[in-house]
Design a protein around this ligand. Structure first.
Ligand SMILES: C[S@@+](CC[C@H](N)C(=O)[O-])C[C@H]1O[C@@H](n2cnc3c(N)ncnc32)[C@H](O)[C@@H]1O
Length: 272
């Protein structure tokens, strides 16, 4: 049978994918590496299915290796006999504990079948939460900014693990970035916050990220011209209103639009 690595998404239970939910419902045991992932999983499975794993809060690599070996030794027999799931917040392949489990299983239990169900990652969820568009062709780098660190270089960055926002902010500002912070985005647990003021989030919270974009970055978008067009037609309309006659239009005022040929809207087709 199979060990499934299931991405739960950023934290709201209804952002688990349909496939992820199905795998959780069908699994015999569901393992979770932390309190938050456990609470999201519990929205979909009964507590009796949750398997216990013990992870020490340490950076000691020897102890971590021992803990992962122990976790793999607990999971592997269950994954041979039935279906088990190991859940992580976001996506299992993005900065995730699942990587450790996969490597340990590959090394010591290579006969275990493994499948991954992707999840909505904070890497993409932040854009919606912050109302940011990463336009086609733009570069976007992923960095870490723990303990006040300020990574610099790329035009646009997502910084994970912003645990000291005021200190990180200082460095990013100095390097010429505009920065927006997101805390507990799409999470049921805790207060969601989007702000450009680091003092709003000066208390440490691991579930905090930053979106930093070079302040002088210029982006040319073909459709950006629509904004100016819309503004000028709005202006025109209000001028027309003030000069409009009371006479009805001869054709009843109907607006005739042309249908766009299906399959060639230059939307999802990528503009050919
Ligand atoms: C180890 S990474 C895990 C990423 C996860 N696997 C994913 O794909 O989203 C943890 C970091 O991701 C960011 N993060 C994850 N979920 C978040 C959320 N809902 N809101 C804000 N930041 C989040 C935080 O910066 C946190 O320190």
């Amino acid at each position: 049978m199979t060990l499934y690595g299931v991405g739960l998404g950023p934290g709201e239970a209804d952002l688990v994918t349909v496939r992820g939910k199905q795998v959780l419902e069908e699994a015999d045991v569901v393992y979770s590496p932390g309190r938050l992932s456990r609470s999201v999983a519990l929205a979909h499975v009964d507590e009796s299915k949750i398997g216990d794993l013990d992870f020490p809060m340490t950076k000691d690599e020897e102890k971590l290796r021992a803990a992962w070996k122990e976790a793999a030794a607990e999971i592997a027999p269950n994954a041979r006999e039935g279906n088990v799931a190991f859940v992580t917040l976001g996506d299992p392949n993005v900065y995730s504990t699942f990587g450790h489990l996969r490597r340990t299983i590959d090394a010591f239990h290579p006969d275990v079948e493994l499948e991954i169900v992707p999840g909505v990652s904070a890497v993409t969820a932040f854009a919606t939460a912050m109302g940011v568009e990463i336009e086609a062709g733009a570069g976007l780098s992923l960095r870490e900014a723990a303990n006040g660190h300020s990574p610099t270089g790329p035009d646009r960055m997502i910084c994970f693990k912003v645990t000291d926002a005021p200190a990180t902010h200082e460095g990013l500002l100095e390097a010429g970035y505009d920065v927006t912070y997101g805390r507990r985005l799409f999470m049921e647990q805790g207060e969601t916050l989007v702000t450009d003021d680091p003092e709003d989030i000066d208390e440490r919270d691991y579930y905090t990220l930053a979106y930093a974009v070079k302040e002088d970055l210029e982006v040319e978008q073909a459709t950006a011209a629509f904004e100016a067009e819309a503004e000028s037609s709005e202006r025109g309309a209000s001028e027309d209103e003030s000069t409009a006659s009371e006479e009805p239009l001869a054709d009843g005022g109907a607006v005739v639009t042309e249908e766009i040929a299906e399959g060639c809207t230059h939307g999802d087709c990528g503009g050919h």
